[in-house]
Design a protein around this ligand. Sequence first.
Ligand code: TEU
Ligand code: CA
Length: 561
Amino acid sequence: MAKQWWKESVVYQIYPRSFNDSNGDGIGDIPGIIEKLDYLKELGIDVIWLSPVYDSPNDDNGYDIRDYQAIMDEFGTMEDFDTLLEEAHNRGIKIVMDLVVNHTSDEHAWFVESKSSKDNPKRDYYIWKEGKGDQPPTNWESAFSGSTWKYDETTGEYFLHIFSKKQPDLNWENEDVRKDVYDMMKWWLDKGIDGFRMDVINFISKDPRFPDGEVHPGKQYGDGGKYFMNGPRIHEFLHEMNQEVLSKYDVMTVGEMPGATPDEGKLYTADDREELNMVFHFEHMDIGGGELGKWTLNPWKLTELKSILSKWQYALEEKGWNSLYWNNHDQPRVVSRFGNDAEYRKKSAKMLATCLHMMKGTPYIYQGEEIGMTNVAFDRIEDYEDLESLNMYEERVNDFGEDPGSVLERIHHRGRDNARTPFQWNAGKNGGFTDGTPWLAVNPNYTEINAEEAVNDPDSVFHFYKKLIELRKSNEVVVYGRYDLLLEDSEAIYAYTRTLDSDQLLVLCNFTGEKQTAQLEDFAGKSGSVFLTNREGDVVDAEDLKEVELEPYEAIVFTVK
Ligand code: TEU
Ligand code: CA
């Protein structure tokens, strides 16, 4: 397994709109990020993944790009960006940008041209089709509710938008599109950025037949996913991007891939494939879903979570590389979802961090995760901003007659705004995020949960993450050791080992609020010295690892003797 800097790094994702506002307009910005680089240096992270900062009308908060080579006014100027890049590099921190090239904004110059007439030279930069009678070309459902097709009166055709109506899909079959994208990527790489996170990059190759999808029970539209995820030319396009651009720079790439399986993950990330370095899959994020996808609130089982994560660990053990994440700007806060954000908030946040960071792969920390920020539950739909939630609310209440309260409950548990409430810096006004009116309300618990309190408390979640990062830096077994799952049938304990030559770590995580005993027959007669734990107070090494008591939400990692 070749050693690479991005395999040994810890990445921190910044959602700029919610990170830190430097000029009082209530919106986070690039100068605000620069103000906090020393905080990130203190945490010990190596790379920042910056969610989009490009010019955008913000229909989808920057994931609808209007100009790939200009900075969004609300976030600052290109000079601000250049300063951020320089200041980050001065601190030994790399910057990875968010590449959103499955679609653009409908206000991008390319789309303005493309939609102007059928014979415009840019017409085929996007995907235009005749309808079927008065119906759209396919019955596919958009990720943001409704059809994936919008009818255009001017030219009498429909254009494809898997996401919002203001996010038309680019036509990657058109080599001019690919060339323009590669030129733009080189422009950013020549500025000195250190790589890309690639937004839904496994959507760029569509099945050219554009068949209808299956209409599942309770749904109005068809499921087009198998016709636009991991499509027929996806590996060809990614290999071309690698050869034309990525291979010419020392960069890190991670592809966001809803619908990717471990077998595909191997194809996307094996070194000899010359495609990407790693992928974000969603299999562990999708557990507890149902008929309405993530909006169905089913209970989740630890055995399912363990099976999914282990499948990915095993699949990429020899070839390829895993990303490790619980959170990002699209997911609810992990301490609320898989932990306990009430009486065991700090303890369970540390347990979840241990469970993830002791695995094999590159860990990603999402802003606020390192201080145990939680979900939020606003009382009214008007308090929410995210179009994915607002569109779903509209559809369920107006088209399906659902009770508004029960739809709001779904948003409380799964909505993306849970991750987008402003970062909580201190117990002052608006949690120290802004002197103005925040674009999205601050979670009212900022008075107890904030960075200032965390940095000053040696026993905080922040200092625990800092310790995890230090251990990763000083122990090769954490980065390169083989993963083996234990106690696979336990619904309470997540147990696994990491082995590198004679080094072995035993990781035990209690995912419950009750005492548990790990019965480890295979470790009878072996002793363990404590490598890391979230247990408060005195901690004793284990004489015999055959049986280990675990407190509620306790994580303990032993070096096996
Ligand atoms: O998200 C891709 C995606 O599939 C989303 O639908 C996400 O999985 C879902 O919202 C989870 O509930 C990427 C970006 O991360 C997201 O912020 C954008 O809205 C989307 O693509 C379109 O660019
Ligand atoms: Ca601002």
